[in-house]
Each structure stands twice: as C-alpha cells, then as structure tokens.
Design a protein around this ligand. Structure first.
Ligand SMILES: Cc1ncc(COP(=O)(O)O)c(C=O)c1O
Length: 443
C-alpha cells in the first residue's frame, strides 16, 4: 500500500507558495495527488492518513460523492452569477441551510471567499453597526495574543502572531489592542478538555475598557479555541466572562469559528458547545467541506436590522466580493450541510471525542512531550524546543510522520491534530501510534 512509484515532480519555480519555506520545500517536496475519505494519496503513490482534515477543513472526509456531484452539476448548469443587485437561488438556499445551524439569532449570512475575508467583513460590519446607531466613535477592535484571524490587514491587526505582523507593521489598523492569551503550561499542562485555571484572564478586558473607555470600543474578536497557534483551549468560564463584560459595555463579541465551526467540537459551532452566543461569528473551511473557496459571517438580528433597516433607501452596506455566494461554492455548501445532517456528523464527533482524548493523551510520557491538550476532535501536542532551533523538532516529526503515511500539522513546536469527523477509532490509534514511534526516533 505504501510503496513508492517513481514519478517526477512538476516544475516548481513559478508557484510562490503560501506560508511555506519555499526553498526548503522545493528541494524536498511533499506532493499530494488525490484524496478519498480519510486518506490522501501522495504523488509517489503512498496512502496518507489525514490527521488534519486537510487544513482543518475537510470535516466530512475527502471527495464525498454527494458534494462532488453537487459541484459538477453546478459547474455545468451555471458557472457564475453576480450577487450585486442580482441573485441566484442557491445562494439563498445555502444561507438558509447555514442559518439552521448558527446559534441564537445569528441568522443573517454574508458570504465571502475565505476565513480572512470573513474576518475583515465582520470587523467592517462591527464599525458599520455602531455608526448606524450614532456611535461612530466606537472604532477600537480588540483581539488576543496568539490569535489567528487570517491575513487581511484587519485580520493581522487583531491577530496576535508576531511574524504575521512584523513585515507589515507600518500598515496595521491604528485602533487595535490585545487581550493576553490563555495558555499556561505551569498551571494547566496535560489538561483534558477545558483547563480549570485561567478564567480570570477574561478580566483583562475590563482593564482595556478602563484604559480606552467603553465608548471607543467596537468589538472583541477571539477564536473560541485558538487553532493555528497550537490549539489553545479556553479555560472554564473564560468565554462566558468575556460575553458578560462585552454586554456590560455595549461591545460586540465576535467568535472566529473558521476552525471550530461545523462540528469540530461535537456541536454545530463552538458557540453552542460553550453555551455562549456571540453577536457575529465567522466561518469558512468546513462550511462546504473546502470543496471550493467559501467564507461567511453570521450576524445577529440586532446588527443586521440596525444596518439594513436603519439605512436610507439604496445600498445599505458598501461591502462585498465578486464571488460572494459563488454558485459552485454555495452548491457545495448545500450538499455538505445536507451530508452533515444526514450522517449526524456533529453528534458523531461528540461520540468520538472521548476516544480522541484518550488516544492523544497516550503521548504523555513520550520523548520531548511537554503538554497534550484537546477538546472535541481537535488536539495539540507541545514539544520541548531544541536549543537555539525553535520549531525544528516539530518540523522533523511532521516530515517523518508524512513519510510514514500520516499527515499532521505543526506550528512552532506544537503538533496539531484535527481529523475529519468520520475518523474511526483504529485510525486514531494509527495517527497517534505513528507520532509516538516518530517521537522515539527523533532527537
Ligand atoms: C480562526 C481562523 N480565522 C481565519 C482564518 C483564515 O482563513 P483563510 O485561510 O481561509 O483565509 C483561519 C485559517 O486557518 C483561522 O483558523
């Protein structure tokens, strides 16, 4: 099964790869050729078990027949239709289907093409909302250290990842502040599920409110579980406290659910999982099983009505993308959501979560492991860094796992896992068994 076939790689000079060490990659490429269910097939013909749902996005598993058929049919029937002063039924149908799963009264869906665009859309809607109510001075946006909100100027400004901001620091949004992140290995290493320590860190928001004055603050944006910087699980009670503080001061709360949305925690969104309803939430990735680029913002009735009903006749929000509600992307969303519902994949994820937890925590005690953390079907394993070479150890583990037929993800010295929600128990054992084997072989 895992035998290599000899195929020569394509010419790689033209594609400037995103978030990739281009020179390193092109000298020893890792190429994927096809995918089905829980597996990729590599360019050299090996079967690769997908421990990361692609890039946290293929929640229903790869190349599901129903989604493939929906994309094919839509491409043949109508490739593109504008949604500026025009419409097409699938976009409305997809928004309605999405709204069946969004929490509370977040039933107004604005389409974008990526998580980054969804985030920048939500930030702009927050400013437009306050302005529509005569509070246009509320322009400050509060993010969090180690937050990832994509790569638009809005997203990197509220985001808290230093390298993503550094080269662009001259062009970041001017009115931004950050909460501290919640990871603390001294207090909470090897927590299973939500750590008991750390809810008080939400009170830092009160400090920022005192510093800037509530009348200047538009919104707080957080990932309910921070994914990209290495799976940071919110402490018990933390998100509830953020919600209370926002309510007290008229500040909008935005959950960036690009990773946590669509079943990752065993509920449609993290909002339902934690029982905390934000004012807006962003989604992308799992919304259409990543079958075509798609992002979206779900906004509450309060926000939608203030902007749309409060505007004079004419266009209410001067914002949108040529591909907002692209026919192929929304056709894939309709098929994906039907599949989630029919196969009850969110419930399945909830049932698999305890098995995931016990499988990933078996890595405790393996060489280099200094923390294991998990929630739902997402988990992180933090490794001690090599002296003077931060990230090198996790990179080596990632490469060795790929060579042994398991796709993982790494960021800094943290390995991240987020398998498709269709993962079987034996596949969990294979993923974490392979990681254990590789850790034992790694310096
Ligand atoms: C929480 C979060 N927000 C935004 C994004 C950006 O999404 P995209 O890469 O589709 O622009 C990501 C991507 O991983 C994410 O995890």
């Amino acid at each position: 099964m895992n035998e290599r076939t000899s195929v020569s790689p394509p010419d790689m000079s033209a594609f400037w790869m995103p978030f990739t060490a281009n020179r390193q990659f092109k000298s020893a490429p890792r190429l994927l050729a096809s995918a089905k269910g829980m597996y990729y097939t590599s360019h050299d013909g090996r079967r690769i078990l997908d421990g990361t749902a692609g890039l946290w996005c293929v929640n229903a598993g790869h190349c599901r027949d129903e989604i493939v058929a929906a994309v094919q049919a839509q491409a043949a029937e109508m490739d593109f239709a504008p949604t500026f002063q025009m419409g097409h039924p699938k976009a409305f149908e997809a928004a309605t289907k999405i709204a069946r799963h969004t929490p509370g009264d977040l039933k107004h869906i604005f389409f974008a093409n990526s998580g980054s665009e969804a985030v920048d859309t939500a930030l702009k809607i927050a400013l437009a909302y306050h302005r529509s109510r005569g509070e246009g001075q509320r322009t400050l946006l509060i993010g969090r250290e180690r937050g990832y909100h994509g790569v638009g100027f809005g997203g990197i400004s509220v985001g808290g990842i230093a390298p993503n901001r550094k080269a662009f620091s001259g062009g970041l949004l001017p009115a931004v502040d950050h909460l501290p992140h919640t990871l603390n290995l001294k207090e909470a290493a090897f927590s299973k599920g939500q750590p008991a320590w750390g809810a008080h860190l939400a009170d830092e928001l009160e400090r920022l409110v005192t510093l800037h004055d509530a009348s200047t603050i538009a919104a707080v944006i957080v990932e309910p579980v921070a994914g990209s910087t290495g799976v940071l699980i919110p402490p018990q009670g933390y998100l509830q406290r953020l919600r209370e503080i926002c309510d007290r001061h008229g500040i909008l709360l935005i959950f960036d659910e690009v990773i946590t949305g669509w079943g990752r925690l065993g509920a449609p969104f993290a909002a339902q999982y934690f029982g905390v309803t934000p004012d807006m939430l962003t989604m992308a990735k799992g919304t259409n099983n990543a079958a075509a680029p798609l992002g979206a913002v779900a906004a509450s009735a309060k926000i939608h009505d203030a902007i749309v009903n409060g505007a004079p006749a004419g266009i209410e929000l001067f914002h949108g993308y040529t591909y907002s509600g692209h026919p192929i992307a929304v056709a894939a969303a309709c098929a994906t959501i039907e599949l989630y519902e029919r196969e009850q994949l969110f419930e399945r994820a909830a049932r698999m979560a305890p098995l995931f937890e016990s499988a990933i925590h078996k890595l405790r005690g393996e060489p280099h492991v200094i923390d294991v953390r998990n929630l739902g079907l997402v988990g992180g394993v933090e490794l001690a860094p090599r002296a003077g070479a931060s990230g090198a150890r996790a990179y080596d583990v990632f490469v060795r796992c790929f060579e042994k037929g398991v796709l993982t993800r790494y960021t800094g010295d943290i390995l991240a896992f987020s398998p498709p929600l269709i993962v079987e128990e034996a596949q969990l054992d294979e993923i974490f068994g392979t990681v254990a084997e590789v850790l034992r072989e790694t310096e």
